[in-house]
Write a new protein. Structure first.
Length: 480
C-alpha cells in the first residue's frame, strides 16, 4: 500500500501542475467568443471496493459538454476531449480495489476486456480515462458515456471518503479537464468539472452482519452470508453458490442478470451467462425475476425486521445508510445549502415510494421528481418551482428525468449547463463544484443582487451573449 501511495502522490503532484497550466490556458483562450460548459450527468455515481462477490454498478461516469460560440451552440468543426486528473492508467492498475475490477469485469460482462490493445484502461462502453467526446444532437452536447472513473487515494485533503474495508480514505470528487480545439489544433476553450464517484454503504452493515452470524467480517464472508439470506426468500437461491464463469468458485454475480436494471440498459432480466454452473450441494434452480433490482433492494431493506430492529429503524428516510454517505454526503446542491430539504422531500421515503409502486419504474421519469413537481405519492412541506413557460425541450432516453434530460433556455441550453449537476446544483456546498460558474461569471464588470454571487446558476447574459446585460438575473425560462 505504501508503494501505491508514493506512486499516487507523484501523479497528484504532476496533476496539480497540469491543473495550474490548464487554468493559464483557460485565461488566455485563443478565441474569446468560444466557451465550453461541462457537467457530470449525476451529482454522484457509485462503484464497489471489491468485485469478487457481487456487482451493483460498474465504474461508469458520463460527462456532457456544451460548446458555445457567442450564444450559438456549436455542433461541428471542433474536437472536444476530456482527461480525468486523479485517475491514470498507472494509478488504477496499481490500486488493489480497481485491480479486482480488472480481473472480474470480463466475468461480469462476458466479452468485455477492461484493458485495450494499447494497454489503456477502458470502461464498458470503450471510453478511456482521457478521450474524445461525441456530439449528441438530442441533447445538443458533446458526450462521454461510461468513463471508468474510480475514487483514489491522493494523500491530500481531498481524501474524505471513509473506506468501509478499513483502508485509507479516498477522494470521491475527481476532476475532468475539458478542451475544445478547432481543425488546426488551436485551443478555443477550456473548462474543468467535478466527476463524482464513491463507495456506497453496503459494507458498513453487511460486514458486521456477517460477523454476527459466524462468518468472517470480510467481503468474502459477507458474500457467503448474503447468499444464505437470499436463499431465505421465495426463490430459495443462494447466490454465493452460483459459479457464473465455471471456475469452481462462487461469484462474481451481477445482480441484474436476474433482477433487471435500467442502469444497465435493461428492461428485462437478461439471464445468466452460458458458462454458469452451481457449486456442489446447491439444491435450487436458476431463474429470472420479474422484479427490478431497485424494487427488491429497496423493498427488502424498508420492510425487513432484521434491518429495522438491528441496524436502523429509520432506514426509510436515512438515504446515506446505502447511498454515498461515508463522509461523502453526495446530496450537496443549493437545495441542501439554502434550505432544509432532504432527499425524501422530493423523491419520497422508501415507504412512500413502495406505496406508489415507484420501483416498478426505476430511474424513469414517471417515478422521479421534476423542478415543478414532487415524485408521485410524496408528502412534503416544501413547494416546488413555478412551471416553465418558455421553449424548453425534454426527451425520454429511458433513464433519469426532466432536469438531467432537458434543454431550457431558448430550447438549446441544457438545464445542467447553467444550474449544475443533479444533486449538486449551484451554488453547491462543495467548493469544487462552484469553480466553473465562478470562472464564467467572475468578470469584474458583472454585478449581482443582494444574496447572489458568481457561484450561482449562470444568470449574467454577457457570459454568452454580447452587448447584453452584465447584471445577474433570472433567465427567461421561469414565471418569476
Amino acid at each position: 500500500m505504501k508503494s501505491i501511495k508514493n506512486k499516487t502522490l507523484a501523479v497528484i503532484a504532476s496533476s496539480a501542475i497540469a491543473i495550474l497550466l490548464f487554468a493559464a490556458v483557460a485565461m488566455s483562450a485563443t478565441t474569446a467568443s468560444y466557451k465550453v460548459i461541462a457537467r457530470n450527468d449525476l451529482g454522484m455515481h457509485c462503484a464497489c471496493p471489491t468485485f469478487e462477490g457481487f456487482l451493483l454498478l460498474p465504474p461508469f461516469n458520463t460527462i456532457r459538454a456544451q460548446v458555445l460560440n457567442g450564444s450559438s451552440v456549436v455542433s461541428t468543426g471542433v474536437t472536444v476531449s476530456y482527461a480525468i486528473v486523479e485517475n491514470t492508467d498507472a494509478v488504477l492498475k496499481a490500486d488493489p480495489y480497481y485491480s479486482s475490477w480488472l480481473v472480474n469485469s470480463p466475468k461480469l460482462f462476458p466479452g468485455f476486456q477492461p484493458i485495450n490493445a494499447q494497454g489503456k484502461i477502458v470502461g464498458i462502453t470503450g471510453k478511456m480515462l482521457s478521450d474524445t467526446m461525441t456530439y449528441d444532437a438530442v441533447s445538443k452536447s458533446y458526450q462521454a458515456v461510461g468513463i471508468p472513473a474510480y475514487p483514489v487515494v491522493t494523500g491530500t485533503t481531498k481524501d474524505i471518503m471513509i473506506d468501509p474495508l478499513g483502508g485509507p480514505k479516498r477522494d470521491p470528487y475527481l476532476t475532468a479537464n475539458i478542451t475544445v480545439k478547432n481543425s488546426t489544433g488551436t485551443t478555443l476553450a477550456t473548462t474543468s468539472t467535478t466527476v463524482p464517484v464513491a463507495f456506497g454503504g453496503c459494507c458498513t452493515c453487511h460486514l458486521p452482519l456477517a460477523s454476527q452470524n459466524g462468518y468472517p467480517a470480510t467481503p468474502a464472508g459477507s458474500f457467503a452470508y448474503l447468499g444464505v439470506m437470499h436463499a431465505q426468500n421465495s426463490s430459495k437461491i443462494n447466490i454465493a453458490m452460483i459459479d457464473p464463469d465455471g471456475d469452481g468458485v462462487g461469484g462474481p454475480v451481477r445482480c441484474s442478470w436476474c433482477h433487471w436494471d435500467p442502469a444497465m440498459g435493461e428492461s428485462a432480466a437478461p439471464g445468466w451467462p452460458s458458462a454458469t454452473k452451481l457449486l456442489p450441494g446447491a439444491t435450487f434452480t436458476l431463474k429470472k425475476s420479474v422484479y427490478s433490482f431497485s424494487d427488491v433492494l429497496h423493498r427488502y431493506h424498508a420492510k425487513s425486521q432484521k434491518v429495522l430492529t438491528q441496524f436502523d429503524a429509520n432506514i426509510a428516510t436515512n438515504c446515506y445508510d446505502c447511498h454515498p454517505g461515508n463522509n461523502v454526503n453526495c446530496f450537496r446542491g443549493s437545495h441542501k445549502g439554502k434550505t432544509a430539504i432532504w432527499c425524501t422531500d422530493c423523491h419520497g421515503n422508501l415507504n412512500e415510494r413502495i406505496a406508489a409502486n415507484q420501483m416498478a419504474h426505476p430511474w424513469q421519469q414517471q417515478s422521479l421528481p421534476t423542478c415543478f413537481e414532487k415524485s408521485p405519492g410524496v408528502n412534503s412541506a416544501f413547494a416546488c418551482h413555478p412551471h416553465d413557460t418558455s421553449n424548453s425541450k425534454s426527451w425520454d432516453p429511458g433513464l433519469f428525468g426532466k432536469f438531467i434530460d432537458n434543454r431550457g433556455h431558448k430550447g438549446s441550453v441544457l438545464c445542467e449547463s447553467c444550474h449544475g449537476s443533479a444533486h449538486a446544483e449551484a451554488p453547491s456546498t462543495l467548493a469544487a463544484d462552484n469553480v466553473q460558474n465562478s470562472t464564467l461569471q467572475g468578470n469584474a464588470a458583472f454585478t449581482f443582487p443582494a444574496g447572489k454571487d458568481k457561484t450561482y446558476a449562470i444568470g449574467v447574459c454577457n457570459v454568452c451573449h454580447t452587448s447584453k446585460s452584465n447584471v445577474w438575473a433570472r433567465p427567461p425560462h421561469l414565471t418569476n
